[in-house]
Write a new protein. Structure first.
Length: 354
């Protein structure tokens, strides 16, 4: 188990800082820490690995405090963004290095390295040096080195940064398969690659400006983020600001979207709030029907994302995000006026900061 309690950090020169970082992850969890550049993800992973020391709070691993321990004393392995492979050593020697530091017997080291390189599919690359490997092979070498010492916590810092699309997909498949077999009880991944995080991790923690602003199981957070800030960072939600009047009707700020709210949202009467709409909950060219809100927007852009396309619709100053799949008919084109609708039940109301 990993537990962070009110963790804080600030650089000596002032400016950016982390504050009040609290998180609890159980054994077997794969946590992704996500957020935009500069939010503090890399600083946080350095605190977990012992490469920086916090100015406040505490870090517990398996109920033992490790806040002030040196990196080698924590039972934590870190695979850095640049992988930090020794360029003058072979794959075999790179992976063997943590065992050599622990002065294990030669026979034991050779056996363990062979097991890991075989399991990671790079035994035939054992005599190669890092410069002779592909990006994916370098990543597997670094992962093997990180896991071979049996850490209690594995930290992965931007693992897809140097990989292309195919290599990212292979790494995601590889991690999903390997981490189910390994005895690593907990994995924390820091990444700006949201699709990768969603496919590998079962728990998400969202950072903004040095704070954790949302955290929940992946599926839960992707379906119902707890605030506007998290929804905007996830980048798959339309955010519609407005208010619920005393009659229980939500009206957007520009007045072009209105609908009666459900009983569960009656607490918002007379209050400013925001509606969050998942992009996959928006229907294109759907007929008007009871329980749905229908409107028109102009296609501002269409971004192809593999099997689907992300469509941005403009309505005055409001942006609506929706996903288009091939079975929905012809792909929308920029400048086209298009009808869209959403079920009122899919409209999630959240409070806004005053």
């Amino acid at each position: 188990m990993l537990e962070l309690k009110d963790l804080g950090f600030s650089y000596d020169q002032g400016g950016f800082s982390l504050s009040d970082i609290s998180l609890r992850a159980e054994v077997g969890t794969r946590v992704a820490i996500i957020g935009r550049s500069g939010c503090g993800k890399s600083t946080l992973i350095k605190l977990l690995g012992g490469h920086l020391m916090p100015s406040a709070g505490a870090i517990y691993l398996n109920q033992e405090e490790i806040t002030r321990l040196e990196p080698g004393m924590r039972g934590v392995s870190t695979v850095f963004q640049d992988l930090a492979l020794f360029p003058h050593l072979t794959v075999f020697r790179n992976v063997e290095f943590p065992l050599a530091v622990r002065r294990l017997r030669t026979e034991r080291r050779r056996h363990d390295v062979e097991v890991y390189l075989t399991r990671f599919g790079i035994w035939d690359r054992r005599d190669f040096k890092p410069a002779q490997l592909s990006g994916g092979e370098q990543q597997r070498t670094a992962l093997a080195r990180g896991l071979i010492s049996g850490p209690s916590l594995l930290l992965l810092d931007e693992p897809t940064a140097a990989l292309d699309g195919q290599q990212k997909a292979r790494l995601a498949t590889f991690l999903n398969e390997m981490l189910q077999q390994e005895s690593v009880p907990l994995v924390v991944i820091v990444t700006h690659d949201y699709e990768f995080a969603f496919s590998v991790c079962d728990y998400l923690a969202v950072m903004k400006d040095g704070r954790l602003i949302a955290q929940a199981p992946t599926e839960q957070l992707l379906r119902r983020p707890e605030n506007v800030e998290a929804a905007q960072i996830l980048d798959s939600f339309s955010v519609i600001h407005g208010a619920v009047d005393l009659n229980g009707v939500f009206r957007s700020e520009n007045g072009n979207i209105t609908f009666p709210v459900y009983e569960r949202d009656c607490d918002y009467r007379g209050e400013r709030c925001a509606v969050l709409l998942r992009s996959d909950a928006i229907r294109l060219d759907a007929p008007s029907q009871s329980g749905f809100v229908t409107n028109k927007g102009i296609v501002a852009s269409v971004q192809v994302r593999g099997i689907y396309s992300r469509v941005r619709l403009g309505m005055d100053d409001q942006v609506i995000l929706c996903d288009w799949f091939r079975d929905k008919g012809p792909r929308p084109t920029q400048g086209q006026t298009i009808t869209f609708s959403f079920a009122i039940v899919d409209a999630q109301l959240v409070p806004v900061k005053k």
